[in-house]
Design a protein around this ligand. Sequence first.
Ligand SMILES: Cc1ncc(COP(=O)(O)O)c(C=O)c1O
Length: 401
Amino acid sequence: MDYSLFFKQSLEEIKQNGNYREFAHIKREVGQLPKAKIFRNNQWSDITIWCSNDYLGMGHNNQVIKAFNHAASESGTGAGGTRNISGNNHYHIELEKELSSWYKKDSALLFTSGYVANLTALATLGSKLPNCVILSDELNHNSMIAGIKYSKAEKIIFKHNDLSDLEEKLRTQPINRPKIVAFESVYSMSADIAPIKEICELAKKYNALTYLDEVHAVGMYGTTGSGVAEKVNCLDMVDVIQGTLGKAIGVIGGYITAKSELVDFIRSFGQGFIFTTSLPPAIAAAATTSIRILKESSNLRIKHQQNASYLKSLLKKNNISYIDEASHIVPVMIGDSVLCKQTSDMLLDTYGIYVQPINYPTVAKGTERLRFTPSPYHTKEDMDYLISAIKATLNEYKIAS
Ligand SMILES: Cc1ncc(COP(=O)(O)O)c(C=O)c1O
C-alpha cells in the first residue's frame, strides 16, 4: 500500500468537490467583539466575526477572565490527573454543584468537552442497559451518533422533530425493553427547536428515558438561561440533560446532569470520564463565574434575541432566503459546496465578513449553507452592512435569493 498516495488522493477528492476545510487564522482581542483580525494573504486585516459559537461573548467577559486568572494562579494550569487519581479539584466540585442546581437536578458530571459527554454518556447507557434500544432524531449531532454507535445498542432513527414517527417507532418496542430517546433542543444547522415536552410525554408513555442535548441553548434560553427545557418549563421531565461549556459559557468542557444514581452510574462506568485527565481547575472556575453571571441577568439573552430578530427581519425585507426558525441561528442556504466556499471567500475578501462555509459532512450534500450567529455585540450598522454584502455576493454568483 502506498499510504502517502492514498492520503493525497483522498484529500484531492474533497478539494475537487469543495469539501476541503481551510481554517481561518484569527486573532480575537478582548474588548473588540465581534471585530477581530485575520491573517490572510500574508497580512493581518480587520474582520467582523459572524459565525462564533461564543454566542454571548462570555469568553471575553472581564469577570470570567479574572476568575480564570485567579484560579490558575492559585491551582496552576492543569488538573494533574483523572478525577479519580489526584485530579478532583475544589473548582470541579463547585461547578458540578452550580450545574445541577441550574437544572434543578440531583447531580452533574463534567467531561472534557460536550462531544466527550455525549459519546461517553450514550455509549455507557446504551451498552450497559440490557438489550437497550436508542431512538435517535435523524439530525442528531455526530457526538451522539458516535456514542450510540460505540454502545453497540440497537439504533432506530426517527424523523426530525416528528412526534408521530417517534410514537410509531416507540410503539413497536416491548414496554419493558430499556429505551432511550436521544435528541437536541436547538438544532444548530437547521436552527429549529424540538418539542421537548411532547417528546418527554411520549417517552414516558412508552417507558423510555429521555436524553437531551442542550449544547446550542445553554446560557441563552429560559429565565436563568439553562436552556430550552427551562424556557418551556419541563426540566423535571427530562431524564438526562447534556450541555457544553464551550459555546455560550465561553470556556471549554461538557457535562451531563440527572438523578444522582444515573450520574453516579456514568461516573463509575463511563470510559470517556474515567480514563482521561480532568478539566483544568481554572476552566472550571471561569465556567462557574460565567454561569453565575448568566443566571443573574437576562440582559445579554434579551439583546441576543433582539439582534437575531433584527437580522432575520432585514433578510426578509431584502428577499434573501434563510431558514426562519425560532432560535438565534440564521442559516442562509447556498445548496452547493463550491459556491458556498466561494461566497464565503468573497464576503471575507471584499467585505471583511467572516462566516465559515458549512459543507458536507456537517450538513447533507446539496444543503450547504452560510450559518450566521448574531451576538449581542453586533450593532445595527454591522447588520445593515452584512445585508448589503450578502446581497452583492449572491448577485455576483447568481444565487437565487
Ligand atoms: C449539538 C452538539 N452537541 C455536542 C457538541 C459538542 O460540544 P463541544 O464543542 O463542547 O465538544 C456540539 C458541537 O458543536 C454540538 O453542536
